[in-house]
Ligand binder design. Structure first.
Ligand code: G4P
Length: 290
C-alpha cells in the first residue's frame, strides 16, 4: 500500500494541501478534477468549487470500467447540467484517454481564441490534475502523457522548478497532482471509500464493513448475490447472508461453523477487484446536497 493511501487528514494536512493547490493553480489554465466513477460523491473534495474558483474545470469520471455504465452516463449528465465538462476514462487500460486533449481544448476554447486573436498561435496550455488519494491521478497523468516511469521526485526542502509533462504539442500537465481530502466527516462517505478500498483497511472494522456491503448488495443487487454465491436474500440479515456465502464456498472451521472472517474478506475482495461486476454506489441526487 502506498504512503498516500495511509494519509490521515488532519487540519494541518488540509491547510498544506490547500496551499499547495492554490500555489499550483496560479501556474495553470485549467484543472482536471479526477473522481472515482463508482463513488463520484464520496471521492469528491468538499471544497473543490471554492478552491478552483474561476478556473475552467474538467470533471473526469475515472475507473469507469468498474462502474455501472448507465450510472456513469447519469453522473456525466448531472455534472454537465451544472456547467462542468466531463470525460469518462479507464486510465489503466487507457480507454477514453485519447479524448483528454480535445476535451481540454474545448474547455479552453475561449482562451485559445484570445491567443489566436493576439497572434499567439501555438501558445502552450497548462493543466493540473487533482483528486483524493488512490483515485488514479498518477495513472491518468502517465496515460495521457504516454510516460511509463515514475514521476520526478519532489523532495521537500529542495528548491526546483515545476516539472511538466507533454500531452501533445501545445498542451502540458503538471507532473505532480494536487492531493485533496475526501468528505471524510460523513459516515456514509467513509463507508463508500472503504468498500471500494480507497481508505486504509486497518482503520475500519472489516466484519462491520463486509456486513454493510452485503446489506447494500442485498438491497440493490440481490440477483448478483444469487448468481455469484447461490444465496437467496429474502428475509435474511447481512450476517446470515455472509454466513450462507461462506458456507457455500466451504469456508468452514472445526465443528462445521462458518469462518465468518474469511467470508467477510472474500466479499470485500471480490467487490473491489470487480469479480462481482460493475457497480456505482451513489446517485447524482447527492450533488444537490453537496
Ligand atoms: P493516485 O495517484 O490518485 O494515488 O492513484 P494511482 O494512479 O496510483 O492509482 C491507484 C490504483 O488505481 C492503481 O492500482 C491503478 O492501477 C488503479 N487505477 C487507476 N485508474 C484506474 C482505472 O481507470 N481503472 C482501474 N480498473 N484501475 C485504475 P494499484 O493496484 O495500486 O496498482 P496496479 O496493480 O494497477 O499497478
Amino acid at each position: 500500500m502506498k504512503d498516500e493511501q495511509t494519509i490521515q487528514w488532519y487540519p494541518g494536512h488540509m491547510t498544506k494541501a490547500r496551499r499547495a493547490m492554490e500555489a499550483d493553480l496560479k501556474l495553470v489554465d485549467a484543472v482536471c478534477e479526477l473522481l472515482d466513477a463508482r463513488i463520484p460523491y464520496a471521492s469528491r473534495n468538499p471544497d473543490i468549487d471554492a478552491l478552483c474558483r474561476n478556473k475552467p474545470r474538467l470533471v473526469i469520471l475515472n475507473r469507469a470500467d468498474m462502474a455501472d455504465p448507465a450510472m456513469t452516463r447519469r453522473w456525466s449528465e448531472a455534472f454537465r447540467a451544472r456547467g462542468l465538462m466531463t470525460l469518462e476514462t479507464d486510465s489503466k487500460s487507457r480507454r477514453g484517454i485519447s479524448r483528454f486533449g480535445p476535451a481540454v481544448r474545448e474547455l479552453l476554447s475561449g482562451k485559445l481564441a484570445q491567443y489566436s486573436a493576439k497572434g499567439q498561435v501555438g501558445r502552450t496550455l497548462r493543466v493540473m490534475v487533482v483528486g483524493i488519494p488512490n483515485v488514479g491521478k498518477s495513472t491518468l497523468i502517465n496515460a495521457v502523457s504516454g510516460r511509463k516511469g515514475a514521476r520526478a521526485e519532489n523532495r521537500p526542502g529542495v528548491t526546483r522548478g515545476k516539472q511538466w509533462v507533454t500531452v501533445d504539442q501545445g498542451l502540458e500537465l503538471l507532473d505532480t497532482p494536487g492531493i485533496l481530502w475526501p468528505r471524510f466527516e460523513d459516515m456514509q462517505v467513509g463507508r463508500h471509500l472503504a468498500y471500494t478500498g480507497a481508505v486504509k483497511e486497518q482503520v475500519v472494522d472489516q466484519e462491520e464493513l463486509a456486513a454493510g456491503l452485503m446489506s447494500l448488495l442485498a438491497e440493490r443487487y440481490p440477483a448478483v448475490l444469487a448468481e455469484r454465491y447461490g444465496i437467496d436474500c429474502t428475509g435474511r440479515s447481512p450476517w446470515e447472508l455472509l454466513e450462507a456465502a461462506g458456507r457455500r464456498r466451504g469456508f468452514l472451521v472445526s465443528g462445521g461453523e462458518v469462518d465468518l472472517e474469511r467470508s467477510c474478506r472474500m466479499i470485500l475482495e471480490e467487490f473491489r477487484n470487480g469479480k462481482l461486476g460493475r457497480f456505482t454506489l451513489e446517485t447524482p441526487q447527492l450533488l444537490g446536497e453537496g
